[in-house]
Design a protein around this ligand. Structure first.
Ligand code: 13P
Ligand code: SF4
Length: 302
């Protein structure tokens, strides 16, 4: 293992490359990353790094966003098939109908979306800034795509707006059940429940804290509680345990695993650094239109 990591260090230097990784990738990838974080942090970092090449250890919308924000950089994906199913769960025709129906409509697009959906949107958001950005928009009518669960959570937090929901969902978070949370609470009555807003309404209702992966990590660190039930992908456990060796973290079920995030391996990082395969390509036309909602997010989410 350390041989693979040494090879990656050498290749990074030779290629003037940095490695960005989301909290959901495997522990050994988080270990080797130069920057690790939630979706918002990673999109901010992507605009700040000086290296020529970014190796993005995450799913395709993350690499695509990094490329749109930094067209002059080479962005490499260790596995070109690592994709977020939710990123495709909205329809152009529905967006068009909504724009026709509501004159002042703002289409708010969760960053977990294809560039094709971003280009039809007014502003992007992540789970860490969606509430803040929707609240700050001048528009009264908001069409939130693609995640219906995050959209519903935002609607609850910003009741003064008319937030229209789409039916997309994260298959990993949506399968987490209220029964599983109740069972975990019964087994660990002292534990606080920390939940990602991609979870269902029933799971969110049983939670003590709702936030992005970084939010969950920060909350657990600041809390004086010792035990936590964590309703998000198990990749976050690595950072949670590293930062809090004296605290205990419980998943609610076995399958809190995003198979696409787990496709990233050390061998695949070496492969793309050696071959430059899987370079993210975004056409000029698509980039020109998908860039504005991302830049709006970086401004409004500051
Ligand atoms: P955050 O990184 O904003 O917590 O989102 C989680 C996620 O599902 C990324 O795909
Ligand atoms: Fe997409 Fe869900 Fe995987 Fe995040 S955890 S990348 S939202 S499928």
């Amino acid at each position: 293992m350390s041989e693979l990591k040494n090879t990656i260090r050498r290749l990074k230097e030779e290629n003037n490359a940095v490695i960005l990784a989301h909290y959901y990738v495997e522990d050994d990838i988080q270990d080797i990353a130069d920057y690790i974080g939630d979706s918002f942090y990673l999109s901010q970092i992507a605009t700040k790094v000086e290296a020529d090449t970014i190796v993005f250890c995450g799913v395709s919308f993350m690499g695509e966003s990094a490329k749109i924000l930094n067209p002059e950089k080479t962005v490499l994906m260790p596995d070109a098939t690592a994709d977020c199913p939710m990123a495709h769960m909205a329809e152009e025709e529905k967006i068009r109908q909504m724009r026709e129906k509501y004159e002042d409509l703002a289409v708010v697009c969760y960053i977990n979306s294809t560039a094709e959906l971003k280009k039809l949107s007014d502003v992007c958001v992540t789970s860490s800034n969606a509430v803040k950005i929707v609240r700050a928009l001048p528009n009264q009518n908001i069409f939130f795509i693609p995640d219906g669960n995050l959209g519903r959570y935002v609607a609850e937090q910003v009741p003064e707006k008319n937030v229209l929901l789409n039916t997309g969902y994260c298959p990993i978070h949506a399968q987490m059940t209220a029964d599983a949370v109740k069972k975990a609470k019964a087994e660990h009555p002292e534990a606080e429940v920390l939940t990602h807003p991609e979870c269902t309404e029933e799971v969110v209702a049983l939670s003590d804290y709702i936030g992005s992966t970084s939010g969950i990590i920060d909350y657990a660190e600041a809390s004086d509680k010792k035990e936590f039930i964590v309703c998000t992908e198990v990749g976050v456990f690595y950072e949670l345990k590293n930062k809090n060796p004296d605290k205990i973290f419980y998943p609610i079920m076995e399958q809190q695993i995003c198979p696409d995030m787990k496709k990233i391996t050390l061998e695949k990082i070496i492969h793309v650094l050696e071959t430059k395969e899987n370079e993210v390509q975004v056409s000029d036309e698509l980039r020109a239109r998908a860039n504005a909602p991302l830049v709006n997010m970086l401004e409004l989410g500051k």
